[in-house]
Design a protein around this ligand. Structure first.
Ligand code: 6LW
Length: 542
C-alpha cells in the first residue's frame, strides 16, 4: 500500500516535471514572413538580424525587415524607394523587376545586391543604416544572369557569385534548363569584374534544372557554396558544396540536397522549399531562411513565403532541422530573447504623412498621383488601367492569409461613363477582380464586380448604387473569394459570393508573385480631373 502510494507520488512528480518541461519548450510558427515574400536573404550585425525579400514589379522595391529573435520581424523600410534607383517603366512585364536580393554587412556598410530583370540587370547599393537611405545603384558590367550575391573574404576581396543561364555566352545547355553558378572578383568602386570568371557548379543532381540562388560563406577556413536547384516550385531544393579556395573546385556534399520537400509529395502543409540563406546567431547556433508555399488543394494562393529552420553542424556538414529533415509549421524557438514587434492596427486611417510600408505601387510611380490629406487617401483618376503593363492609380498590399478580410470606405462621384474606382484584388494585369463604382451613362451609376481572367474582362455582377459613399469588402476563404458592399461596415451585402479565387493563384496566373489587395481608380483611357477618396482600409485574418 505504502509502496503504491510512493510510486504514485513519483508518477505525479514525473508528470509535473514533464508538464513543466513541455510548457518551457517555447515554439514559433512558420512562415515567419507570411504572404508574397520570396527569395529571403539575411545577415546578422551584433544582436540584430536584417532580412530582404524580392518584390518584382512592385514599388518601392525590396522590403527590409529587422528582428532580434529571427521569428518576429518588423519592416523598417525598403532598399529602393526613389524612382531614380529603380526605373520600372511602362511595358515591364508582370513578374519582372527585382529578383532575389542578397544582403550583407561589411566594414560599416550594408550591401544589397540584386537583379533588376528587364530594367537594368545586376546591381548593388549600399547604406550606412539597414533601413537606408541606400545609394543609387551601381550596375555591374558584363554580369549576365540572375540571383547575384556578394561574399567578402578575409583578405578584403569582394566576390560576385551568380547564376548564369546555360545558353548565355557559356557553352550551350547539355539538358533543358541547365544553368550554372559562377564566381568572379568584383571591384566595388567601379562595379567591374576583376580577373577570370569561374563556373563552379550546375547543380548537384545530374540533369538538375535551374542552378541558382547561390551564396558563399567561409566557416573554419572552408568555403561553402549553397545553391538552389530544381526550379522554384515543388521540385525546389537546397544543395551545398565546399572548397578550399573561393574559386573552387567545389565538391558537393554527399547528403545533397540538404533540404527539400520534393520527396514529400504535393499534398503537405509546405511545398516548394528552397532558395535559402543562413546565419549564425550570437550564441553560435545556425538558422536558415528559405522560401516555401502553403498550398490549398495544390493551389498557391499567397505566393512564395519566408520560412525559418534550425541547422546544426555535424563536423563540416550542416544538417537542416536535425532528426526531422524538413521545415515545420511549428518548431522550437531559437535560443534568443523573444522580442515581439509592435503590430500596427489592422485599420489604416490614413492619418500619417506618408504611406505605411505595407503599401505598394505597380511599377515605378514617376508622377505623384495620390495624396494623404485630412486623414484620407486621395487617388487621382488617370487613363492608365490595371489591365495594362503600366503604373496605374493603384495602391495595394500583400494578401498574407488564406482566410482574410479586406475592407475599405470610399467616397467617389464618377463624372463620366469611363470612370471607375474601388477595390482590387489581383495577381497581375491579366488576372484580377475589381469591385468598383462605375460612371453613369445611359444606365444609373452602379457597383460592378469585374473578373479579369487571362486578359478577358467580364462583369460578374452589377447593382445600381446612387450614393457616393460606399464600403467595399473582399473576404478570402481558401479557394473562394466573396465580395461585399454597403453603406456601412455592419450592413454589407454580397455582390459575389464564393467566387473562384484560383484566378489569383500563382498556378493560374503564372509568374513568380503573389496576390495583392488594395484601392484603385481609373478613367479608362480618358483624361480626368476626378479623384477617389479613401477614408480607411483594413486588412485582417479571421
Ligand atoms: C529567382 C530565382 C527563381 O530569381 O525565381 O526559379 C526567381 N527561380 O531564384 C524569382 O524569385
Amino acid at each position: 500500500m505504502i509502496r503504491m502510494k510512493t510510486s504514485r507520488v513519483h508518477l505525479l512528480a514525473l508528470f509535473l516535471m514533464l508538464a513543466v518541461n513541455v510548457s518551457a519548450q517555447k515554439t514559433f510558427k512558420n512562415p515567419i514572413l507570411p504572404g508574397f515574400h520570396p527569395d529571403p536573404s539575411l545577415c546578422r550585425v551584433g544582436d540584430d538580424y536584417y532580412m530582404v525579400t524580392s518584390s518584382f514589379e512592385w514599388f518601392p522595391g525590396l522590403p527590409v525587415f529587422h528582428s532580434k529573435d529571427l521569428v518576429n520581424w518588423e519592416q523598417i523600410g525598403h532598399v529602393l524607394n526613389r524612382p531614380s534607383q529603380l526605373q520600372m517603366k511602362d511595358g515591364l512585364k508582370a513578374s519582372w523587376g527585382l529578383w532575389a536580393p542578397t544582403i550583407r554587412y561589411h566594414n560599416g556598410l550594408y550591401y544589397v545586391i540584386c537583379t533588376a530583370t528587364g530594367c537594368g540587370g545586376n546591381f548593388f547599393v549600399t547604406a550606412k543604416k539597414p533601413e537606408g537611405p541606400y545609394s543609387e545603384p551601381i550596375f555591374i558590367k558584363d554580369a549576365p544572369g540572375i540571383d547575384p550575391s556578394l561574399f567578402f573574404d578575409d583578405d578584403g576581396k569582394a566576390w560576385y557569385c551568380g547564376s548564369i543561364n546555360g545558353n548565355d555566352k557559356t557553352p550551350p545547355r547539355r539538358y533543358p534548363a541547365e544553368d550554372r553558378i559562377y564566381i568572379q572578383q568584383l571591384d566595388l568602386a567601379t562595379g567591374e569584374f576583376i580577373g577570370e570568371r569561374h563556373i563552379v557548379s550546375s547543380g548537384y543532381a545530374i540533369n538538375s534544372p535551374y542552378a541558382e540562388a547561390p551564396h558563399i560563406y567561409k566557416i573554419n577556413g572552408k568555403y561553402y557554396l549553397m545553391i538552389a536547384e530544381g526550379g522554384t516550385w515543388e521540385d525546389h531544393a537546397v544543395s551545398i558544396f565546399t572548397a578550399d579556395q573561393v574559386t573552387g573546385p567545389y565538391t558537393p556534399f554527399i547528403c545533397n540536397p540538404v533540404l527539400t520537400h520534393r520527396h514529400l509529395g504535393n499534398d503537405i502543409d509546405i511545398t516548394t522549399i528552397g532558395h535559402a540563406d543562413w546565419v549564425q546567431t550570437q550564441n553560435g547556433d545556425w538558422y536558415a531562411v528559405m522560401l516555401g508555399v502553403r498550398p490549398v488543394n495544390g493551389y498557391n494562393m499567397l505566393g512564395r513565403e519566408t520560412f525559418l529552420t534550425p541547422i546544426s553542424f555535424q563536423g563540416e556538414q550542416p544538417i537542416f532541422n536535425p532528426g526531422i529533415g524538413r521545415v515545420l509549421m511549428e518548431d522550437k524557438f531559437p535560443n534568443l530573447p523573444e522580442s515581439p514587434v509592435a503590430l500596427l492596427p489592422a485599420r489604416d486611417d490614413f492619418d500619417t504623412d506618408s504611406l505605411r510600408f505595407c503599401w505598394n505601387f505597380l511599377r515605378t510611380p514617376f508622377e505623384r498621383w495620390y495624396e494623404l490629406k485630412n486623414s484620407r487617401l486621395y487617388i487621382n483618376l488617370r487613363p492608365q488601367k490595371a489591365t495594362e503593363l503600366v503604373n496605374p492609380s493603384l495602391i495595394a498590399r500583400r494578401v498574407e492569409d488564406h482566410r482574410f478580410k479586406a475592407i475599405t470606405s470610399m467616397n467617389f462621384k464618377p463624372s463620366s461613363v469611363n470612370e471607375e474606382a474601388g477595390m482590387i484584388i489581383m495577381q497581375n494585369d491579366r488576372f484580377q477582380y475589381r469591385l468598383v463604382l462605375v460612371g453613369k451613362g445611359k444606365t444609373p451609376q452602379e457597383l460592378c464586380l469585374i473578373l479579369v481572367k487571362d486578359g478577358n474582362e467580364e462583369i460578374l455582377a452589377r447593382v445600381p448604387y446612387k450614393i457616393n459613399e460606399v464600403v467595399l469588402a473582399v473576404q478570402g476563404d481558401g479557394l473562394k473569394y466573396s465580395f461585399l458592399y454597403g453603406t456601412s461596415e455592419d450592413q454589407l451585402e454580397f455582390l459575389g459570393k464564393d467566387v473562384d479565387a484560383t484566378v489569383c493563384s500563382t498556378n493560374v496566373a503564372k509568374g513568380f508573385i503573389g496576390p495583392f489587395v488594395g484601392m484603385y481608380a481609373s478613367s479608362n483611357g480618358k483624361v480626368s480631373k476626378n479623384k477617389a477618396a479613401f477614408d480607411w482600409f483594413s486588412y485582417s485574418k479571421y
